[in-house]
Write a protein that binds this ligand. Structure first.
Ligand SMILES: C=C(O[C@H]1C=CC=C(C(=O)O)[C@@H]1O)C(=O)O
Length: 494
């Protein structure tokens, strides 16, 4: 849809006047260290924010298409980064400091009455799988954006934030951020429909990487047989190359259209973007109720994929979802999530049996947990207790992480880490960064991992990664593997 009128360059003077008036009022009694946020209602409608220039600036884009929630965070009012074993505690302390004097003024949208404004203002956060990882995104990061645009349930808001010491100069900085973000696309443009689509990138064959993955799965099975670990999650990368820089908006639009029940996310900085559509919630906290998923075990309906690339006699179909191997794989995640949450919750409930989560190309087993958290427990405590679950690391967790480091199963950017947001009241949600790609210029690296337990077979696990990679490959319009072109994949589920 069109951008809300207040974001139209022709209306900027109105926006400027409203922001300046509210900021002056807030500054009157604020100490310099206070964080000030102003939320304006921009009207009714649905905005996916894909008109924004995401490709060449620091931004965070997040969508839950099926609940009509679309967020775009631009710029930085406050930023905290961290790494190492205490990284979540460091973010927690920083967030406590920020929220101790976070002043919020919500004009025309009464914090409690308007669902679009209820979870505002907010920070966004993300972290790598491994607390020692060093990559082109900080290991762990929390940002209160300068501008946060939210379209949720038909209501659109904009929240502007700055440290009080910035004073009235913040208004021009906010308007500059908006100008830079929406400058190239006239207000009349209707989202990505007017943008040229990306030309399909080519998949770069990497037979050595493929063999290394198969060898890692075999080594993981040997480690499991030794009794030192019970489960390991092994991952691989597929590289795509395009003739021109890959534009993000069409890829995000495709992710959102094909995976509406997933969380679609993009974390960008100049020259690089990390994007994906994940089905897995790590944790959500809402008014003292924590919700978490134990997601693992995979089945798919494309037997042809199983014989790809390895050229060996391979199983021709996936394990049934209720097969012992899948149940074991998911059961270990259920046990770990329960053990992590139980000490932090007064009550904890879990579904009696796993449900089937049907996605576009595959299916998973999922057990949902819900519990009342104990007094004083916050989102960071919950993240620290849960991450990494055996859905992305292994069991026992520390032994699995040691093995993955030793076997160079590195997880670039925030793959198998987390991305999410937290509002000023401590409510928030973090998803596990899966089904993703790191895009840089004309290159896209797509990632997928698989849980290895007794009974896993290397070729079949390879096939499972191919199926998981389909989400990113499809969104990037990469042509399917030749072996799949002649045999269309039967779709199951939605
Ligand atoms: C690690 C990934 O998926 C996890 C989540 C669901 C099912 C999984 C599995 O069946 O192996 C994985 O544990 C990935 O998609 O890269």
């Amino acid at each position: 849809m069109r951008l809300p009128p207040l974001l139209d360059p022709a209306q900027r003077h109105v926006l400027r006047a409203r922001l300046a008036a509210q900021l002056v009022t807030q500054l009157a009694d604020a100490p310099p260290h206070a964080l000030i946020s102003l939320t304006l209602t921009l009207g009714e409608g649905h905005c996916r924010w894909l008109d924004a220039r995401l490709d060449d600036q620091h931004a965070f884009w997040w969508a839950r298409p099926d609940t009509d929630e679309w967020r775009l965070a631009l710029g930085q009012a406050m930023i905290v980064t961290s790494a190492g074993p205490n990284r979540f505690t460091a973010l927690q302390a920083a967030f406590a400091g920020i929220s101790a004097d976070w002043r919020h003024h919500a004009r025309d949208c009464g914090d409690s009455g308007n669902s679009a404004a209820r979870r505002l203002p907010a920070a966004h956060l993300g972290f790598a799988f491994d607390d020692e990882a060093q990559d082109d995104l900080p290991n762990a990061r929390l940002i209160v954006p300068a501008v946060l645009l939210v379209s949720r349930g038909g209501k659109i808001t904009a929240t502007f934030s700055c440290p009080a010491r910035e004073g009235e100069a913040a208004v021009d900085a906010w308007l500059d951020t908006l100008r830079r973000s929406f400058v190239a696309i006239p207000n009349s443009a209707a989202g990505t429909a007017h943008r040229p689509p990306n030309l399909p990138p080519q998949r770069q064959p990497a037979p050595l990487d493929d063999r290394a993955f198969l060898a890692r799965v075999t080594a993981a099975l040997a480690e499991i047989a030794s009794g030192r670990v019970r489960k390991l999650v092994v991952s691989r990368r597929v590289r795509l190359r395009a003739k021109q820089p890959i534009a993000l908006a069409p890829v995000l639009a495709a992710f959102a259209e094909r995976h509406p029940a997933c969380t679609v996310y993009a974390v960008t900085r100049p020259g690089m973007a990390f994007i994906g559509a994940t089905p897995e919630r790590l944790i959500a906290l809402d008014d003292g109720i924590a919700r978490a998923d134990a997601l693992a075990g995979t089945a798919w309906a494309a037997p042809e994929v199983a014989a790809l690339r390895t050229g060996e006699a391979a199983p021709t179909e996936s394990f049934a979802l209720d097969d012992d191997k899948n149940s074991r794989e998911q059961g270990l995640v259920v046990d770990a999530v329960r053990s992590a949450l139980a000490p932090l919750c007064q009550t904890l409930e879990q579904a009696a049996a796993p449900e089937v989560l049907r996605l576009r190309d595959l299916q998973h087993l999922r057990t949902q947990f819900a519990g009342h958290v104990r007094t004083g427990v916050d989102l960071f405590d919950l993240i620290a207790a849960l991450h990494p679950t055996p859905a992305v690391g292994g069991t026992p967790s520390l032994a699995a992480q040691r093995w993955l480091r030793a076997h160079r199963d590195t997880r670039p950017a925030w793959f198998t880490g987390g991305v999410g947001w937290i509002d000023a009241g401590g409510n928030g949600e973090v998803v596990v960064a899966l089904r993703c790609a790191r895009i840089s210029g004309g290159f896209a690296d797509c990632y997928a991992g698989v849980g290895i337990v007794p009974g896993s077979r290397p070729e079949q696990e390879f096939a499972e990664t191919e199926i998981k990679l389909t989400a990113a490959l499809d969104a990037l319009q990469c042509r399917p593997h030749p072996a799949l072109e002649s045999a269309p994949t039967p779709r199951t589920g939605t």
